[in-house]
Design a protein around this ligand. Structure first.
Ligand code: FBP
Length: 265
């Protein structure tokens, strides 16, 4: 197994993943604050900032990304993380589930992926199916020697109906989700920020050195966002995977400059 520190998606052991799978997860509403962000090439360009160690895309945009690089002679684009599963807000389901739309084989052999991403909804009625799918994803990724990042978002009936939990940002819930990443063989786990540094410390305590990245969340001020990132990195977090806080900004470069310092230096 290749060490994730040798992967292009990390730099000095940490990562800044630019997430752009919102067109599936939330729909075009996420592009309204900055209409230019509906054009994937706008975000591909943002990914050329030296702070960005990976761009996370669904299959269709990943195909577009590779052809955009080729047609425009881009050789400094962000390494590609292909997000294998996803879901939409259009669907009606009995509980959270994120179907897989791309195989590891296709991601690696056709898209030249540098890493794989998979969302796991622990606590959902469909958790068992997702464990089974993740097993295949993780084992196939090992064969190709590329890292797997688990978007570990416990939510659904198992969380709602458990009186011990206050919701998906409860530190106990977030830490449990992070631990699933370790137990199931992810190389990095992406978690919601539980709101406090003590909460993130609980995440770190649960994962025994597994790489962790904080999920960005909805857009807030530069200062508030940087404060949250700093608070996770200070207690061992390995960076972030962020979408709206970058692509909804008119000019994300000053924030990316600051993040580069906080995450890598
Ligand atoms: P943001 O930084 O915009 O929160 O993006 C992170 C991310 O994990 C995306 O990859 C994904 O589209 C989105 O959050 C899913 O958020 P949720 O399922 O909580 O609505």
């Amino acid at each position: 197994m290749r060490n994730i520190d040798d992967s292009p998606i990390t730099h000095n052991g940490n990562s800044l993943i630019l997430a752009y799978d919102h067109g599936t997860e939330h729909g075009p509403v996420d592009f309204e604050p900055l209409p230019a962000s509906a054009d994937p090439t706008h975000v591909f360009e943002v990914g050329r900032h030296s702070a960005v160690t990976a761009i996370a895309l669904q299959k269709g945009n990943a195909e577009y990304y590779r052809s955009w690089e080729m047609e425009n002679g881009v050789d400094d684009g962000a390494p590609l993380l292909v997000k294998l599963n996803g879901n939409s807000n259009l669907a009606k389901r009995d509980d959270y589930y994120s179907p897989k739309q791309c195989s590891v084989q296709y991601a690696v052999e056709e898209l030249d992926a540098d890493a794989i991403g998979y969302t796991m909804y622990g606590g959902s009625l469909h958790e068992d199916e997702m464990w089974t799918e993740f097993r295949d994803v993780q084992e196939a990724s090992r064969k190709y020697g590329i890292p797997v990042v688990m978007w570990s978002y416990p939510r659904g009936q198992g969380i709602q109906e458990n009186d011990n939990y206050t919701g998906q940002e409860d530190p106990d819930v977030v830490a449990y989700g992070a631990r699933l990443g370790l137990e199931l063989g992810a190389d990095m786990v992406k978690c919601k920020y539980p709101g406090t540094q003590a909460g993130w410390q609980q995440v770190e305590d649960a994962v025994s050195g597994l790489k962790t990245v904080m999920s960005g969340g909805s857009k807030r001020s530069d200062e508030a966002f940087l404060e949250d990132v700093r608070s996770t990195v200070e207690v061992g977090g390995n960076g972030l995977a962020v979408g709206r806080n970058i692509f909804q900004r008119d000019d994300p470069v000053p924030l990316l400059d600051e993040l580069e310092t906080v995450v890598f230096e």
